[in-house]
Write a protein that binds this ligand. Sequence first.
Ligand SMILES: Cc1cc2nc3c(=O)[nH]c(=O)nc-3n(C[C@H](O)[C@H](O)[C@H](O)COP(=O)(O)O)c2cc1C
Length: 182
Amino acid sequence: MNHIVAISGSPSAESRSAIVLQHLKHVLEREGHKVTEVSVLDFDPKVLINAEYNHPSLREASEAIQQSQGVIIASPVYKAAYSGVLKCLLDLMPQDCLKDKAVLPLMIGGSQAHLLAIDYSLKPLLAALHAQTILRGVYLTDSQIDKTNVLDPILDEDLEERLKNQLQQFIAIANKISQIHE
Ligand SMILES: Cc1cc2nc3c(=O)[nH]c(=O)nc-3n(C[C@H](O)[C@H](O)[C@H](O)COP(=O)(O)O)c2cc1C
C-alpha cells in the first residue's frame, strides 16, 4: 500500500483536471492505495497571494506530501503553461518537497496546440522541487473528458489505456522508493 497525494491545480469549480484525478483516485483506492486530495481551491486565496508560509493549511498539505511515496499533479493549460494558482501553491511548499517521490504530471488543455506545455513548463517546475522520478505524463484535451461522468470520464479508449499504463508505472516506482526507505 502506498500513500499518494493528488494535487489539482485548477481554480475552476467544475474542473476537468479534478475529474481526471478523481478517476485515478478511484482506480488507486481499488488497488488498496491511500490517496489524499489537495486542490488549490482548498486554500484561502489570501494565504496564497500573501505567501503565508506558516499557515496551517499549507503545513497540512506539505506534511501529506512528505509522508507520501508518490504525487500526481494535474494542471489545466493556461496561456500555454500550468495555472498561476498552482505555481502560487507550489512556491509555498518546501524547496525539496518532491524529493524521494514518484511524480506523475497531467495537463488538460482546450486543444492539442499546447501539447508540449507538460514538457517545457510543468516538468521543469517539478524538477526544481527535487522530484525523484518524473513520469512521461499524459496530456488530455477537453473533448476527451466527460465532466458529467465522474466514475468513467475518459472518452477515448487509447487515452484511458495510456493513463492506466502511466499509473501502473507510477505505482511501480513508488513501490521501489518505499522499499529503499524502509
Ligand atoms: C485563462 C485560461 C487560459 C487558457 N489557456 C489555454 C491555452 O493556452 N491552451 C489551451 O490548450 N487551453 C487553454 N485553456 C483551456 C483550458 O486549459 C481547458 O479548458 C482545461 O480543460 C481547463 O481545465 P479545468 O477544467 O481543470 O480548469 C485556457 C483556459 C482558461 C480559463
